[in-house]
Write a protein that binds this ligand. Structure first.
Ligand code: NAP
Length: 280
């Protein structure tokens, strides 16, 4: 598994991590076994949120990570309605209880809400000072939101922006990735496999993917992930509740596409025009 520095952190993370949205709907024992396999394969960036299964996914992770907490970089997210200074602190403490841990490695604002960003940042910084989180970031922020955030955060404090990014949805390439590159902020690609809407092998894009994959002895899913993490600032967190899927996704962390193959996929899955930041 390739690793690289994660935004301003003095720490490298795997290019491919583990997402957990809707994991409460899967077979629990199989999902826990899949997480264990992913961690074993180096997918140690584990992403969750208080929202997922209304806390049930954090509880499932608490069970899955018992005895393994030190092996992972654990990220969770606070809902925007909990974005006041006191709300962020209370929500984090509830997440910590469900996750059966005393600290998060990363805590994100899930999306922008009504609370002033300065209040949310004050909550994050109080949690850092108390040792309850090591770092904080945001999710679903467009470049102008990031500008506003930067005005209320000290330099080097914004760790990442987690945003929608897959072959069929490349809007963040216009402004969000360049902003993050300029400011040393990591980009975390969510729904990197299209959240269940993966290109059909019968489509033109699907055929291009299959041909590139065949040249590397890889799968189309691995090529799709490798395309996203071709950019050094970008990390991906596919969700997989099955061992075979986790193993396949981990393999993408070893795959580096040639410039010619990147150009081929770029043509098959055009970036399109800027139409505002998409969310799921
Ligand atoms: P995704 O990772 O794009 O796709 C997940 C789907 O792909 C699952 O059905 C999974 O199946 C399947 N899959 C995974 N690997 C596969 C493989 N190698 N071959 C075939 N199928 C494969 O979708 P996502 O869950 O929306 O996004 C990933 C993570 O990003 C989430 O879990 C969450 O942590 C995060 N996220 C964040 C936000 C946000 O607003 N910040 C929004 C959405 C998602 P199985 O599960 O059956 O294995």
């Amino acid at each position: 598994m390739r690793t690289r520095p994660f935004g301003p952190l003095d720490r490298s993370l795997p290019v491919i991590g583990l997402g957990t949205w809707q994991l409460e709907r899967d077979d629990r024992a199989a999902a826990i076994a899949a997480i264990h396999r992913g961690v074993e394969l180096g997918m140690t960036h584990v992403d969750t949120a208080e929202m997922y299964g209304s806390g049930h996914v954090e509880e499932l992770l608490g069970e899955a990570l018992a005895g393994r907490r030190d092996q992972v970089f654990l990220a969770s997210k606070v809902l925007p309605e909990h974005g006041s200074r006191a709300g962020v602190i209370a929500a984090c403490e509830a997440s910590l209880r469900r996750l059966r841990t005393d600290h998060l490695d990363l805590y994100l604002l899930h999306w922008r809400g009504e609370h002033p960003l300065a209040d949310t940042v004050a909550g994050f910084e109080a949690l850092v000072a108390a040792g309850k989180i090591a770092a904080w970031g945001v999710s679903n922020f467009a470049a102008d939101d990031l500008d506003e955030l930067r005005a209320v955060a000290d330099a080097g404090r914004i760790t990442c922006n987690q945003v929608l990014y897959h072959l069929g949805e490349r809007t963040i390439e216009h402004a969000v990735i360049p902003w993050c590159e300029r400011h040393g902020v990591a980009v975390v690609a969510y729904s990197p496999l299209g959240a269940g809407d993966f290109p059909s092998p019968r489509s033109a894009g699907g055929r291009a993917l299959a041909e590139v994959a065949a040249a590397y002895g890889a799968t189309a899913y691995q090529v799709a992930l490798a395309f996203l993490v071709r950019t050094p600032a970008v990390f991906a967190i596919p969700k997989a509740a099955r061992r075979a899927h986790v193993e396949d996704d981990a393999g993408a962390g070893e795959l580096e596409l040639s410039a010619a193959d990147v150009a081929r996929l770029d043509a098959a899955f055009p970036r399109g025009r800027w139409r505002g930041l998409p969310t799921l």
